[in-house]
Design a binder for this molecule. Structure first.
Ligand SMILES: [Zn+2]
Length: 157
């Protein structure tokens, strides 16, 4: 049975998959450039799976998706990592376009970053739900196919 794409084999495969998800998410009126990279993507010091620069007014976006095998987890031990599911990142970045504009302007001050984190968590959960639906997977698929912990980090609490 087909599985989500962990690492795209070619840009052609990626572009086709990206256009397919763009269509399924009712984003056909957006001009979106899709790009793969094996470079590490950072926002300040945080490693990212992907990012999305967009203009909501212009309905245009540039989405970059990390296409390496794995990413180190920022747990201070440096030897735990998460395996990549690049197709999940692609869906997550597209969902940002669907939801980012609903940020509540009344949510300001100390609560704003918490509000952002909760919205971001929901975005990721929805991306996983869509991947689960496309490939008929259970949630355990992500547990068993992403995070790999080293012995040393397992001992340290
Ligand atoms: Zn995100």
């Amino acid at each position: 049975m087909a599985k989500p794409i962990n690492v795209f084999k070619s840009d052609e495969e990626f572009q086709k998959c990206a256009k397919d998800w763009q269509h399924k998410l009712f984003l056909d009126n957006w001009f979106i450039e899709f790009e793969l990279t094996t470079d590490k993507l950072y926002q300040e010091t945080n490693l990212l799976w992907g990012y999305n620069s967009y203009s909501f007014e212009n309905c245009s976006a540039a989405i970059t998706v990390f296409n390496g095998e794995k990413l180190e987890l920022d747990d201070g031990f440096g030897d735990s990592f998460s395996k990549n599911i690049a197709e999940l990142t692609l869906v997550h970045e597209l969902l940002h376009i669907k939801f980012e504009y609903v940020n509540d302007p009344d949510v300001i001050g100390d609560i704003a970053p918490i509000h952002q984190s909760l919205l971001h968590q929901a975005t990721e959960a929805m991306a996983k739900s869509l991947i689960m639906t496309k490939y008929n997977l259970d949630y355990d698929y992500f547990k068993n196919n992403t995070i790999v912990r080293s012995k040393s980090s397992r001992k340290a609490v």
